[in-house]
Design a protein around this ligand. Structure first.
Ligand code: GDP
Length: 369
């Protein structure tokens, strides 16, 4: 699955948000197709109306949505990269996530201590970022120590690696995250940062502005939210405004009660849905569907995934034995009324191994066993 890591300073509302996620997960447990998950991982449905419509027209007996995983990454404090607080423990968790959701405190409450003495989300963001940069710089320097000697000996591979390392080091020494240079770095260097060094600051980031309930729905007029948006805008990062406390309350309610409460606060949907959708976009993910009488199911892949690799999400045999994909867009299938009718009307396309799966595709894979 795809993983979003929740980070932030202490007392900004991470656990509150994570508890909301966990409660939601428990409510959805019946749909969850996997068995075990770790205690710091929350697995939540990607909300998608289309799946339920498909199940309806195909009279599917079972509905299986697709899920996104949230990892609670506690222990990030000033000095964490040097071993303060829980120290390095959090880092191994961040390495495992595909993107980072940074929770920033934008609520005032005298009863809740702020570790830095005042509410200032942009400063908080910088503290967290500096810790991640420091850690990345440490990884780069440690690698340089190893590779340098070999490179001096004339080894071509080692010399190439040194080029990557020096480019990354320069950015980090200027106290900037690698992701800021994603478009400017050679693609090989970026790949190296991601896949070989597992750097932290190369991961895409979204910001979650945690406001108090009274500032809902949008946090308009809350100066902290304004500043977060300004900061995020400069780095082209998305911002989601939520109230973690309200989310935690919502998660414990029945659907009907949820609706009432959302309405009372002028909200169209739970903030969690916004977080999930934004995470989806941040990771450049799309959803395709399989639908039949037995089951209607949603699947997540990266945009640009080819048909055989998409089939491999379902079963590795289907990728290995891939022959072709029968495909129709969700909209066309709904218009036709059912897969059988679409087939009669010749609306189902046959696509080969180079076909790029599109968001909303409904697919039937043909494969050799
Ligand atoms: P964490 O350390 O980042 O995980 O923070 P917690 O989720 O434990 O929250 C710290 C404290 O802030 C708790 O007492 C929460 O109830 C409180 N808190 C979280 N969100 C809000 C909020 O939106 N408004 C107010 N007033 N308190 C909040």
């Amino acid at each position: 699955g795809f993983r979003l890591g929740i980070v932030g300073l202490p007392n900004v509302g991470k656990s509150t948000l994570f508890n909301a996620l966990t409660k939601t997960m428990k409510a959805q447990a019946a749909n969850y197709p996997f068995c075990t998950i770790e205690p710091n991982v929350g697995v939540v449905e990607v909300p998608d109306e289309r799946l339920y419509k498909l199940a309806e027209i195909e009279k599917s007996q079972k509905i299986t949505p697709t899920f996104i995983e949230f990892v609670d990454i506690a222990g990030l404090v000033k000095g964490a990269s040097k071993g303060e607080g829980l120290g390095n423990q959090f880092l191994s968790h961040i390495r495992e996530v595909d993107a980072v959701a940074m929770v920033l405190r934008a609520f005032e409450d005298e009863n809740i201590v702020h570790v830095e003495g005042s509410v200032d989300p942009v400063r908080d963001k910088e503290i967290v970022e500096i810790e991640l940069i420091a850690k990345d710089l440490e990884s780069v320097n440690r690698r340089i120590e190893k590779v340098q000697k070999v490179a001096k000996g004339g080894d071509k591979k080692a010399r190439e690696e040194m080029e990557h390392l020096n480019a990354l080091k320069e950015i980090l020494e200027n106290l900037e995250p690698i992701r800021k240079y994603a478009d400017k770095l050679p693609p090989e260097t970026l790949e190296y940062a991601k896949k070989t060094l597992f750097l932290l600051t190369v991961k895409p980031v979204m910001y979650i502005a945690n406001i108090s309930e009274k500032d809902l729905p949008e946090g308009e007029g809350n100066p902290h939210v304004e500043r977060i948006k300004e900061m995020a805008n400069q780095e082209n990062a998305p911002v989601v405004v939520i109230s973690a406390e309200l989310e935690a309350q919502l998660a414990g309610l029945s659907e009907e009660e949820q609706k009432e409460m959302l309405e009372a606060y002028g909200l169209k949907e739970p903030g969690l849905n916004k977080v999930i959708r934004t995470g989806y976009r941040l990771l450049d993910l799309i959803t395709f569907f399989t639908a039949g009488e037995r089951e209607a199911r949603a699947w997540t892949v990266k945009r640009g995934t080819k048909a055989p690799q998409a089939a491999g999400k379902i079963h590795s045999d289907m990728e290995r034995g891939f022959i072709a994909a029968e495909v129709i867009s969700y909209e066309d299938l709904i218009k036709a009324g059912s897969w059988a009718k679409a087939k009669e009307q010749g609306l189902i396309r046959l696509e080969g191994k180079d076909y790029e799966i599109q968001d909303g595709d409904v697919v039937y894979f043909r494969f050799n066993v």
